[in-house]
Ligand binder design. Structure first.
Ligand SMILES: *Cc1c(COP(=O)(O)O)cnc(C)c1O
Length: 367
């Protein structure tokens, strides 16, 4: 038997690099035998899940039954929350799944997909898995360049991803420039505006694309319960778009793509505005705490409106990352995003930020 199984890959899959997740705490415990590890590497909510969502776990319902494959209750709650029709909503196993579904529903290898340099790593993954062509538009000051992205559109372009704010940079497009981008592209180019960090973005010029769905039938807005809502482990997110596009997404999804617990916990989390308030307030003070420390240390950073910030270490970020691991602090190297000297740090609780700052001072001082 000597069949080279790797040879069986389709051309797109053959050149795929798997997604590199943040290092789990358990891995580092095993590898270095450390205790009291803190993880500021995956933009999770440092305050945990909403207590209202956690309460579901005491009364989880009948897990012997399949979940509601149509997610009726959660879609109704989301429709009311956003002022849209339930038919416009597609639930996903994380918003990541919505990014995959749209790619699968409308792309062929003949198509081009446009996104920015330094943009979220899942965009090239879903593009290449289909065998479509990724058109990576150079960033401007680490940010999406909306004019260049519009200029990159050709008759083969079928899909554009805009991360607002972007991960890992935290940069965002303001209301007029994003609106203008949507007005400038052809009607048959689907624009996904990925709003995974919507609730953290508190700048007055930051646009809410849900308000523009009626103006742009080619707009697909994605949101998630993984970040500010603190339910990353349950895997649930959603997309909102024109009902016809939602119909296409619904055709390609698994019949029961969202589990019962995720449906119930997301519904509870959506109602917990107290937890959301605490989450945003912690993020704002934590962001100031990190920025103050970077300024004191003379380190430059990319201004971010997310719950994370990229700081320029002026030398390979992966070195500093590895040294921080030995201090029990997990952050995220972003060399795979074309940012070899930066580290992405998730805003934690005050004491976690303090530990990170202390560890950072130590490893910089040591070298
Ligand atoms: C985290 C993230 C997502 C997806 O997260 P899910 O857990 O799949 O909902 C999507 N886009 C961006 C930019 C992200 O950072």
């Amino acid at each position: 038997m000597s069949c080279d199984l790797l040879q069986l890959a389709t051309p797109g899959v053959a050149s795929l690099q798997p997604y590199e997740p943040g290092k789990p705490v358990e891995d580092l415990e095993r590898e270095l035998g450390l205790k009291n590890i803190i993880k500021l590497a995956s933009n999770e909510n440092p305050l945990g899940s909403s207590p209202k969502a956690m309460a579901i776990l005491n009364n989880p319902g009948d897990l012997a039954r399949y979940p509601d494959g149509n997610g009726f209750r959660l879609k109704a709650a989301l429709a009311e929350y956003h002022g849209v029709q339930a038919e416009q909503i597609t639930l996903g196993n994380g918003s990541n799944e919505i990014l995959e579904l749209i790619a699968r529903a409308i792309l062929t290898p003949a198509h081009e997909v446009i996104f920015s340099e330094h943009a979220f790593a899942v965009y090239p993954l879903v593009t290449q898995a289909i065998g479509a062509r990724a058109v990576v538009v150079p960033a401007k000051n680490h940010s999406h360049d909306p004019h260049a992205m519009v200029a990159a559109v050709t008759s083969n372009s079928r899909l554009m991803f805009v991360a607002n704010p972007n991960n890992p940079t935290g940069t965002w497009l303001q209301r007029p420039e994003l609106r203008q981008l949507l007005e400038s592209v052809p009607d048959d180019l689907i624009v996904v505006v990925d709003e995974a960090y919507f609730d953290y973005a508190q700048e007055p010029d930051y646009p809410n694309c849900m308000e523009w769905l009626a103006d742009f039938p080619n707009l697909l807005v994605t949101r998630t319960f993984s970040k500010a809502y603190g339910l990353a482990g349950l895997r649930i997110g959603y997309g909102v778009t024109h009902r016809d596009l939602a119909d296409l997404l619904n055709r390609v999804r698994q019949p029961f793509n969202i589990n019962s617990l995720a449906l119930a916990c997301a519904e509870a989390a959506l109602q917990d505005s107290e937890h959301m308030k605490r989450t945003i307030s912690n993020n704002q003070s934590g962001m100031r705490q990190l920025i103050d420390a970077f300024n004191t240390l003379g380190l430059e950073y990319i201004p971010s409106t997310g719950n994370f910030i990229c700081v320029d270490m002026k030398r390979p970020g992966r070195e500093i990352y590895n040294r921080l691991l030995h201090e029990g602090v997990i952050v995220r190297p972003v060399d795979n995003y074309g940012l070899p000297n930066h580290l992405r740090v998730t805003i934690g609780r005050e004491e976690e930020n303090e530990r990170f700052i202390k560890a950072l001072k130590k490893v910089i001082g040591d070298s």
